[in-house]
Design a protein around this ligand. Structure first.
Ligand code: SF4
Length: 568
C-alpha cells in the first residue's frame, strides 16, 4: 500500500565510486516500522552482514526521516542517524534536532544511505535531485563549527549542514555529528562512522513539500492537538528551562550523579541552577516544527552554546567536582566544536579523575580542576598524549589501565546522568538498551523518582515498567517525535499517523510497531553475538553504597538486578 506523507524514495550514495542511485521506499517496512528509528534499523538488518567492521566500508550510515517529518505536527523535526556502532558493536541510532531532517524530506527522500568509503576528505551536497561530491581537504582538521561556518557562508542558510570535528576524523569512539552548530547525533561514535567514510560534512537543501490527504482537516486537527496537548501545563517546563529543569528534579530525587557516580546529590547545585542559567541566557531556540523550544541559547565569555543540557551540565560539573556554570558552558562549547559526545566525554574524564585519586594512573586530570579538564578534551579529540588513552571512552581505557569496577558504561556506552542506585530500574534500562547505556529507551527514573508511581529502591515489578516504556519510546522515535513532548500518547500518535498517511492506525498498532522496533534492534544485536550475558552494569552499583541525598546508602544486589532482566 502506498501511504501519503512519505516521499517513497530512498537515496543511496556509494562513497567508494562517488555514484548515487534512488529506489522506492520499501512500503512493507514502512507499514511495519513506520519511519526514522524503526525504518533505519530494519534497513540496517536487511543491508548489512553480521560481523562487519563498524569503521570499514561495509558499515552504512543512514539518515532517516519519518512520515511526520516536514508536516506541522509539533516536535516532529528530528532526524534519525544510524549505523553499527564502533563503541559498542551494536546497532546505534541517534536522534538529531535542528532542520536537517525537514530539509532532507523536502529534498524528496525518506532516507539516505551512505555506503562504502571515499579515499580522501569530501563533503557532499544534496539539493533536491542534484547530488555532488566536493574536495574537503581544506576543511579536514578544522573543528565542526569552523567547517559548518565556512560551508554555510558559501552555500547559504537555506542549507542544513551535518559535520564532524577532529574527534570524528580521528575515528574516536566518543565522537558525534553536529548540525545547525548546536544539535548533535551524539552517541556511540556515530561521528567516527562518518569520519571513516571521509565525509567531513553533508549539506542538505530541499524545495519540495509533503503531501497529506485532506490538508485543511488535517492541519486543523494538528493545531487542535498542538494547543490542547502539546502546549499543556505539563510541558511548560520545556520552554521555561528545557532539560535544565531536570537538574533540580534529579538533585531532589537523589539521582544527580557526582564524583564519577559515587554520590547522588550536589550541595552546591543552587550555584548553577535554573535561576543562574537564566542570567546567562540570550534567548530560546528550537528545532524546525517544534512548538516547545527547549533550547537555551547562552553566552559566557567567548563560549556560545545552545545548552548546556542537563546531561552535559551533570557530566561536566558534579561528576568532576566542578561548581561553575561558566565551566559547564565552556565544556559544552568545546566538545561540540571538537565533535565529541558530551555525556561520554564527561564520564570518561570523571573516571580518569578517579583513577588519579586512587593512585592507579594519572592522566593529568584531577577532581575539581577545570583547566586540566578542558585541556584534555583537545588531546582526546586529536589523540595526543594521555588524551589518546581516553579517546575511545571508559570501556577501552579501563580494559587497558584497570578501574573497570567504576568505569560507568554498558556495552561500551557511557552512562547517562541518572544514578541507578537511586532509581533501580535505570540499571536494567542501561543494561538492556539496544545501543548500550541509554536513557532514551526505558526512562524508569520518571516513574521511580519524578512521578513516584513505583518505588525506586526495589527490583520488583520493574521488568514490565521497562518493557512498556521501551515499547512506547520505540514507536515515538519511529514517528520521529521529540522525547520532550511528554504528554503525547498512543492515541494521539495513531490519530496523527491516520490523518497524514491515509491509512487507519490504532493504539494497538502503535504498541505492536513499538514491540517490533524493540525486537529488530535486539535481533540485530543478537546476530552480532550479543546475549543476555552482555546486559551488564559496572560492579560499583553492587559494591559501593551511594553517598548523600535521599538515596544515601543505597546499593543494589546482583540477584535483584538479574531478576529485573528475567522479568524483562
Ligand atoms: S523540544 Fe527541544 S529537542 Fe525537542 S523538538 Fe523542540 S527544540 Fe527540538
Amino acid at each position: 500500500m502506498i501511504m501519503s506523507a512519505y516521499q517513497n524514495k530512498v537515496l543511496r550514495i556509494d562513497c567508494t565510486k562517488q555514484e548515487t542511485r534512488t529506489e522506492p521506499l520499501n512500503m512493507e517496512f514502512a507499514e511495519k516500522y513506520v519511519g526514522s528509528k524503526g525504518l533505519a534499523i530494519r534497513y540496517m538488518y536487511e543491508d548489512m552482514k553480521p560481523g562487519i567492521d563498524p569503521l570499514g566500508p561495509e558499515n552504512n550510515l543512514y539518515l532517516t526521516t519519518g512520515p511526520m517529518t516536514g508536516t506541522p505536527i509539533p516536535c516532529s523535526g528530528k532526524l534519525s542517524v544510524a549505523a553499527k556502532s564502533p563503541a559498542t558493536g551494536t546497532m546505534n541510532d541517534c536522534s538529531i534536532g535542528g532542520h536537517a531532517g525537514i530539509r532532507l524530506k523536502f529534498a524528496g527522500y525518506d532516507m539516505v544511505v551512505f555506503e562504502g568509503q571515499m579515499d580522501k576528505p569530501t563533503y557532499i551536497v544534496i539539493e533536491d535531485d542534484k547530488i555532488s561530491f566536493h574536495d574537503a581537504a581544506d576543511l579536514w582538521g578544522k573543528t565542526s563549527h569552523e567547517a559548518e561556518k565556512a560551508l554555510i557562508e558559501e552555500y547559504g542558510t537555506e542549507f542544513s549542514c551535518l559535520s564532524i570535528g577532529p574527534a570524528g576524523e580521528n575515528l574516536n569512539n566518543i565522537s558525534c555529528i553536529n548540525s545547525d552548530y548546536y544539535r548533535q547525533a551524539g552517541r556511540g561514535g556515530i561521528g567516527a562512522v562518518m569520519g571513516s567514510k571521509k565525509i567531513k560534512a553533508i549539506l542538505i537543501k530541499g524545495t519540495q513539500g509533503v503531501k497529506v490527504p485532506n490538508i485543511k482537516e488535517t492541519t486543523d486537527r494538528i493545531l487542535e492537538i498542538f494547543h490542547e496537548n502539546c502546549l499543556s501545563e505539563d510541558n511548560e517546563f520545556v520552554f521555561d528551562e528545557g532539560t535544565y529543569a531536570f537538574l533540580e528534579a534529579c538533585n531532589d530525587g537523589g539521582i544527580l550523579p557526582a564524583h564519577n557516580f559515587s554520590a547522588a546529590t550536589d550541595v552546591n547545585w543552587d550555584k548553577y541552577n535554573g535561576a543562574v542559567m537564566k542570567k546567562y541566557r540570550l534567548g530560546k531556540r528550537g528545532c524546525g516544527s517544534c512548538g516547545l523550544g527547549c533550547g537555551n541559547f547562552m553566552k559566557v565569555g567567548d563560549a556560545i552554546v545552545e545548552g548546556p543540557e542537563y546531561e552535559t551540565t551533570a557530566a561536566s560539573g558534579p561528576q568532576c567536582d566542578i561548581v561553575s556554570i561558566e565551566h559547564n558552558v565552556r565544556f559544552n562549547q568545546v566538545v561540540d566544536d571538537l565533535g565529541m559526545d558530551s555525556i561520554s566525554a564527561g564520564v570518561t574524564v570523571a573516571w580518569a579523575m578517579e583513577m588519579a585519586e586512587k593512585g592507579i594512573h594519572d592522566f593529568g586530570v584531577h577532581f575539581g580542576n577545570e583547566e586540566e579538564m578542558i585541556a584534555i578534551l583537545y588531546d582526546m579529540a586529536y589523540r595526543r598524549g594521555e588524551g589518546a588513552e581516553l579517546a575511545d571512552g571508559v570501556k577501552v581505557a579501563s580494559e587497558k589501565w584497570g578501574g573497570t569496577d567504576f568505569a560507568m558504561h554498558s556495552k561500551g556506552l557511557e552512562f547517562p546522568q541518572y544514578e541507578p542506585r537511586g532509581s533501580f530500574g535505570m540499571a536494567a534500562s542501561y543494561a538492556v538498551s539496544d545501543r548500550g547505556a541509554c536513557h532514551m529507551r526505558s526512562y524508569t527514573a520518571n516513574e521511580e523518582v519524578f512521578e513516584a508511581s513505583c518505588p525506586p529502591y526495589t527490583h520488583e515489578g520493574k521488568g514490565q515498567v521497562l518493557y512498556d516504556l521501551g515499547e512506547f519510546n520505540a514507536i515515538k522515535f519511529s514517528c520521529c517525535l521529540c522525547d520532550l513532548w511528554g504528554t503525547v500518547d498512543y492515541a494521539i500518535m495513531a490519530e496523527l499517523l491516520t490523518l497524514i498517511t491515509g491509512k487507519e492506525w490504532t493504539e494497538e498498532d502503535m504498541s505492536t510497531v513499538g514491540r517490533r522496533v524493540l525486537n529488530i534492534g535486539r535481533a540485530f544485536n543478537q546476530r552480532e553475538g550479543f546475549t543476555r550475558e552482555h546486559d551488564t552494569v559496572p560492579e560499583r552499583l553492587f559494591k559501593d553504597p551511594l553517598k548523600g541525598g535521599p538515596a544515601d546508602g543505597q546499593v543494589m544486589t546482583k540477584e535483584g538486578f538479574q531478576d529485573m532482566l528475567s522479568q524483562y
